[in-house]
Design a binder for this molecule. Structure first.
Ligand SMILES: *[C@@H]1O[C@H](CO)[C@@H](O)[C@H](O)[C@H]1NC(C)=O
Ligand SMILES: *[C@@H]1O[C@H](CO)[C@@H](O)[C@H](O)[C@H]1NC(C)=O
Ligand SMILES: *[C@@H]1O[C@H](CO)[C@@H](O)[C@H](O)[C@H]1NC(C)=O
Ligand SMILES: *[C@@H]1O[C@H](CO)[C@@H](O)[C@H](O)[C@H]1NC(C)=O
Ligand SMILES: *[C@@H]1O[C@H](CO)[C@@H](O)[C@H](O)[C@H]1NC(C)=O
Ligand SMILES: *[C@@H]1O[C@H](CO)[C@@H](O)[C@H](O)[C@H]1NC(C)=O
Length: 697
């Protein structure tokens, strides 16, 4: 089993019936067909085997003392709202009344309505314009809805037509969530505040969504079935219904295999939505490699994942007194003392805890050290081997551990090779090697560097249309604590099945609802803004410097990223409330003109003769102070010269528009990826930043 992949990839399988034409405004006058699509299970990502192992944050710094979350003063659970700078007394939260009156439609696996995250305490009444409803069905009564959860519908005609019935053992034939994914994404976007929740004691604190007073409507379109299939026609039906019901924001943590927009049902249905002023936010996918983004249509806000500044650790002290801290999600705060250490030093297969290699006579009741053999073996299978031979605990040495929180079923920790090397040396040297103590369940904050671009987050350029820079933006998507469906065991340790109602999940699926929640907050403050204006505000105020003062790095590799990894950067909600200028787009225009996108990308051929020149034109709208004057400042490496014309834009009115052009000149020696930024700044400290990428292929 590899890392949980919280993003549903639906691949086109075979086509069946005839689809109704969708509303209007379809990019091509094609006949539409219903496709039955295969839903690859979250645990078996097919695209994954060919790519680097992905995983969550690991603690690199051994020496930096870190605060336990409990000692941090305030309790923040989901922690991401605080990481995003959302505060009760300042900025977007109070300005937006926490998203009051805004409706977020979530298309997902359903919802667990009984979760405290969907309590309607403190919620305003259901907006009168709302046309949605709460459907009756298996284990789902219309009375489950309230002023928080204002709609719940399920869409299964496609899956029924293709597969017969939804099996009661695998899923609820209703909007109730079996999988947990939809409960997690909904509560991340708009969960109410809930005191004292945790992942088995980890990350303990108060849970809340990004827009805790926004309303939620669930459209269940993903099903657990024998064949692992969901139907594209159900996704389309759900999106059309959400539009008709009157949602303001749509959040989708799923995607189809990348195909041209006119064949991509999410692209088609979201164009209808955006034309009606609905912001459509989609996860960018978990493929982790270049040229792998999903949901890249220019009217969609495409979201990659970043890490938080939080880690979960265990501590071990060796017989020689050396103490090390490593990643651990083992869910019990047990204390192991004076226990023999085993390291299979003489036999490579034993040293890497290869399946079947260990001898329980040698390892039973011991703390077993497992080397990763230069990445040849994954921690998950090593964990299985330690279970097989009754090891007491495990220390896994790996810089790229491929293991989920739910797989920590014996007391264990992952050490980076830097410190793991010292544990191995001790195991090799000492004849009576043992550990003095091993302790679990530490939650630490203020970890550096953060955010990083999650290893699994899909990278640009966009495979369908590389002329739009995707992803647009990144948001927290690693180890996000939110509500889940407590209908079955989350994990097992020994003979115990452990159930939880809040759990840590990772994926771009977790990042998208953060942006959906943020869009709801912006919509509450600026109801007149178009979806493109809301996205522009998020993008031009995003940051690309981490909490250690350097540019955003790629997780695991710790090397600087580029806008192909993080788009415009990491979301900064309070800044997005007052962006100064916006790049607006009216999609009704039919796209005859150059798209007025808040980012720039150009693809040049290596064979092209110098000078390689590219010109863009853009229009910005003043949404800041009436009287303002903006100066352009372009930065890039030496291989690209950026000229902005005019270099000063003067506004005398709100909503006044001004045009400018951007010319790029690329030198002959330019590497394959060149990037820079154009930043407009005014006297009122607005900074309007756009990334510029040139692919020199
Ligand atoms: C609601 O759905 C359940 C389960 O499908 C069914 O037993 C019940 O009769 C339905 N109630 C109404 C009022 O339709
Ligand atoms: C589906 O369920 C209905 C009602 O329970 C039943 O009549 C029908 O035969 C089932 N269809 C299949 C393919 O199992
Ligand atoms: C192990 O032994 C080697 C060689 O004697 C020594 O250099 C090293 O410091 C020892 N390491 C530990 C952790 O004791
Ligand atoms: C933080 O930045 C300092 C100074 O550039 C650098 O030495 C250090 O390694 C960085 N820390 C991390 C954890 O990246
Ligand atoms: C990106 O992916 C698409 C579709 O998979 C492929 O056609 C294209 O050649 C790829 N582009 C690059 C630069 O690898
Ligand atoms: C432009 O930005 C660079 C880098 O942020 C800064 O050093 C420089 O002072 C700025 N120039 C102007 C004219 O603002």
């Amino acid at each position: 089993m590899t890392r949980r992949m919280n993003f549903f990839v639906l691949s086109w399988l075979l086509l069946l019936l005839s689809l109704p034409e969708i509303n209007n405004a379809v990019p091509e006058p094609e006949e539409y067909k219903t496709y039955i699509v295969q839903m690859d299970h979250s645990r078996k990502p097919p695209s994954f085997s060919t790519h680097e192992l992905w995983h969550r944050s690991i603690l690199r710094s051994l020496s930096d003392p870190v605060d336990d979350e409990e000692s941090f003063g305030k309790l923040f659970t989901t922690h991401s709202p605080s990481f995003l700078g959302l505060k009760h007394n300042f900025g977007l939260w109070p300005a937006a009344s926490y998203g009051e009156g805004v409706i977020i439609g979530v298309l997902d696996t359903g919802i667990w309505p009984d979760s405290e995250s969907f309590s309607d305490e403190g919620m305003s009444p259901v907006p009168r314009r709302w046309e949605g409803k709460c459907e009756n069905g298996t284990a789902f009564s219309p009375t489950a809805c309230n002023n928080k959860l204002i709609g719940a519908r399920s869409f299964s005609k496609g899956i029924h037509a293709a597969l017969g019935n939804v099996s009661n053992e695998l899923d609820y034939d209703s909007a109730r969530d079996f999988e947990g994914h939809g409960t997690h994404t909904s509560s991340t976007a708009a969960g109410n505040h809930v005191l004292g929740v945790s992942h088995f004691g980890l990350a303990r604190g108060t849970a809340r969504g990004v827009a805790p007073h926004a309303h939620v409507a669930m459209y269940k379109v993903l099903w657990e079935t024998d064949s692992g299939n969901s139907a594209a026609s159900d996704v389309l039906a759900g999106m059309d219904q959400a539009i008709a019901d009157g949602v303001d924001i749509m959040s989708l943590s799923l995607g189809f295999d990348q195909v041209p927009y006119f064949d991509d049902l999410i692209a088609i249905a979201s164009l209808s939505a955006v034309e009606k002023g609905i912001v459509v936010v989609c996860a960018a996918g978990n493929d982790g490699s270049r040229n792998s983004t999903y949901n890249g249509a220019p009217w969609i806000t495409t979201v990659g994942a970043g890490t938080l500044d939080r880690s979960f650790t265990a501590k071990v002290t060796l017989g020689n007194g050396a103490t090390f801290e490593g990643t651990s999600y083992f869910p019990e705060s047990i204390y192991i003392s004076n226990t023999p250490l085993y390291y299979g030093k003489t036999d490579t297969n034993k040293a890497i805890c290869n399946l079947g290699a260990l001898d329980s006579k040698e390892t039973a009741r011991k703390v077993v050290v497992c080397d990763n053999g230069d990445g040849k073996i994954d921690v998950y299978s090593q964990m299985e081997e330690l279970n097989r031979v009754n090891a007491y605990a495990g220390i896994f040495i790996s810089d790229m551990p491929d293991i989920d929180p739910e797989d920590y079923n014996i007391p264990s920790m992952v050490l980076p090779t830097r410190s793991g090397k010292l544990v191995k040396e001790y195991g090799l040297n000492a004849s009576e090697a043992h550990i003095r103590s091993m302790r679990f369940m530490f939650t630490s904050l203020s970890i550096k560097p953060a955010p990083e671009v999650a290893d699994f987050s899909s990278r640009g350029p966009d495979p369908v249309n590389p002329n739009i820079l995707k992803p647009d933006i990144i948001a927290p998507g690693v180890d996000i604590l939110a509500a889940v469906a407590p209908n079955r065991a989350f994990m097992e340790t020994g003979n115990y099945k452990l159930v939880t109602d809040y759990a840590l999940y990772s994926g771009t699926s977790m990042a998208a609802p953060h942006v959906a929640g943020m869009a709801a907050l912006l919509k509450a403050v600026h109801p007149e803004w178009s979806p493109a204006a809301i996205r522009s505000a998020m993008m031009t105020t995003a940051y690309n410097i981490n909490n250690n003062g350097t540019s955003l790095t790629n997780q695991l590799l710790n090397i600087p990223g580029t806008p192909l990894d993080y788009g415009a950067g990491h979301i900064d909600p309070n800044k997005a409330m007052d962006p100064g200028l916006i790049y607006d787009i009216e999609f009704q225009d039919g796209g005859r003109n150059e798209l007025n996108y808040p980012s720039f990308i150009s693809i040049l051929s290596k064979d092209e003769k110098s000078p390689k020149v590219k010109k863009f034109s853009r229009v910005v709208t003043n949404v800041g102070d009436e009287e303002s004057s903006y100066e352009a400042n372009a930065t890039s490496s030496n291989e690209m010269r950026i000229t902005v014309e005019p270099a000063t834009l003067t506004f005398s009115d709100k909503y006044q528009k001004q045009s400018f052009s951007v010319s790029l000149e690329i030198s002959e020696e330019a590497p394959p990826v060149v990037f820079g930024y154009i930043k407009w700044s005014d006297q009122h400290s607005h900074l309007v930043s756009s990334p510029i990428v040139v692919l020199n292929l």
